[in-house]
Write a protein that binds this ligand. Sequence first.
Ligand SMILES: NC(=O)c1ccc[n+]([C@@H]2O[C@H](COP(=O)([O-])OP(=O)(O)OC[C@H]3O[C@@H](n4cnc5c(N)ncnc54)[C@H](O)[C@@H]3O)[C@@H](O)[C@H]2O)c1
Length: 246
Amino acid sequence: MQSNRVVVITGAAGGIGAVLVARFLANGDTVIATDLSEQALDRLRDGFDSDAALVTVAADLSGEDGNAALAAAIREHADRVDVLINCAGWFPITSFEDIEPEEWRRVIDVNLTGTYLTTRALLPLMKENGWGRIVNFGSGSFFDGTRFQAHYVAAKAGVIGFTRSLSREVGDWGITVNVIAPGLTVTEPVRRTFPQEVLEAQRAGRALKRDQVPEDLVGPVFFLASPDAGFITGQTINVDGGKFMT
Ligand SMILES: NC(=O)c1ccc[n+]([C@@H]2O[C@H](COP(=O)([O-])OP(=O)(O)OC[C@H]3O[C@@H](n4cnc5c(N)ncnc54)[C@H](O)[C@@H]3O)[C@@H](O)[C@H]2O)c1
């Protein structure tokens, strides 16, 4: 298995991001872990040996300044990016009539525009290299049309469209772009905002009848980031224990 890659993970202090960080570090890759808050990244760092090949960068990736700062920080530590995992996201539950334009824009900015801006900022570092893997985070809510998340489902649909179009532009540079679409995964925001009945209904609706946990996403993301997945691009890989069979 290829190691010593430079792997950038956004939303790295979150439930799914943190287990991805651990997997790539264990593989001998250098991980650039980025998230909104310095404190959350410090807590992430505390979970690893002090000599781990882990660089943390606090930045708001929904805007251009944060992404420019991330690109500058990466250039200080590495001359290239091999893998970019756009995992940062925000998924509030709000009925359509209560979604104010400000919340709509923030959800689109974090989930869709952020994915575009981070890719835009880091693509030059990947293109120079002539090889690259981009893994974007979609959501099973796109297949479900989950209610009370019109802004989020629209944003994640946008991530799929973005991925498909981009894959046709970057293929000549040896870069693949794919989407991982998780089912409802038990992370802190899910524990905080989704009632037990929803988790129970999710379990019942799966071919594999248990909670989905962040670790369920690690293998599929790691595979898409590997040379083994070199002929897969523009795809959406549904990881949900067999809830939706699209
Ligand atoms: N947990 C689920 O059920 C689920 C299901 C489908 C898709 N997803 C997607 O998986 C990804 C990870 O979700 P999670 O459950 O680990 O959530 P999480 O809230 O634990 O992690 C998301 C991380 O993104 C960071 N983030 C948010 N806005 C940011 C910004 N503007 N700039 C930089 N970082 C920002 C947050 O600080 C947080 O640490 C998200 O893209 C989410 O939409 C999650």
